[in-house]
Design a binder for this molecule. Structure first.
Ligand code: INI
Length: 155
C-alpha cells in the first residue's frame, strides 16, 4: 500500500500571514473578510494572524517575501484583484504578482495560497468575492491551512 500524505484542515497552532491589496477595494475587502472567516472557522487564533495591507497587486510579492523571511508563519495568503480594463498594465501586473509569489514559495519553502483574482471586468471579480463558498479569499485561506499541515508531514 502506498503511504499517502495529506494536510488536515486543522488551524489550531498555525500562524498565518495575509497580504491584501487595496486596489479594487470593493473586491479585496470581501476577499479579506472571507479569508478571516475561514481561518476562524478552522481554528486559527486571532493572535496568530497578521494582515499586511499593500497599495496594489504589484506590491504583494514584496510584503509576502518579508513575511516569509520572518519565519513566523506556516502559510501565507495573498489577496488582490487585477481587472483588465483597457490597459496592457494588466498583463504586467499579473505576471509580476504571479512570478513574485512563486519566487517566495521557492525561496522560503513556505506555502502561499494565491487568492489574487485576474478578471476582465469588476463584475467577474465581485462574483468571486461573495458570501461563503463563492469567495476566493475563503478558499485561499482553507488552502493555506491544508498546505501548512501538509508541509509538516512532508518534512
Ligand atoms: N493594481 C491592482 O491590484 N489591480 C489592478 O487592477 C490595477 N490596475 O488595473 O492598474 C493595479 N494597479 C496598481 C499596481 O498594482 C501598483 O500598485 C502600482 O503600479 C504602483 O506600483
Amino acid at each position: 500500500m502506498p503511504r499517502e500524505l495529506s494536510g488536515a484542515l486543522e488551524g489550531r497552532d498555525l500562524c498565518v500571514g495575509i497580504v491584501v491589496s487595496r486596489f479594487n477595494r470593493s473586491v479585496t475587502a470581501p476577499l479579506l473578510a472571507g479569508a478571516l472567516e475561514a481561518l476562524a472557522a478552522y481554528g486559527v487564533g486571532d493572535d496568530d494572524i497578521v494582515v499586511a495591507h499593500v497599495p496594489g497587486a504589484f506590491e504583494i510579492p514584496f510584503a509576502a517575501q518579508a513575511l516569509a523571511r520572518s519565519g513566523r508563519y506556516q502559510a501565507l495568503v495573498c489577496l488582490g484583484a487585477v481587472v483588465r480594463g483597457e490597459t496592457p498594465h494588466f498583463d504586467y501586473i499579473c505576471d509580476e504578482v504571479t512570478r513574485g509569489v512563486g519566487r517566495v514559495v521557492a525561496e522560503y519553502r513556505v506555502p502561499v495560497a494565491f487568492g489574487v483574482l485576474t478578471t476582465d471586468t469588476i463584475e467577474q471579480a465581485l462574483a468571486r468575492a461573495g458570501e461563503g463558498h463563492g469567495n476566493k479569499g475563503y478558499e485561499a485561506a482553507v488552502t493555506a491551512i491544508e498546505m501548512a499541515r501538509l508541509a509538516r508531514v512532508l518534512e
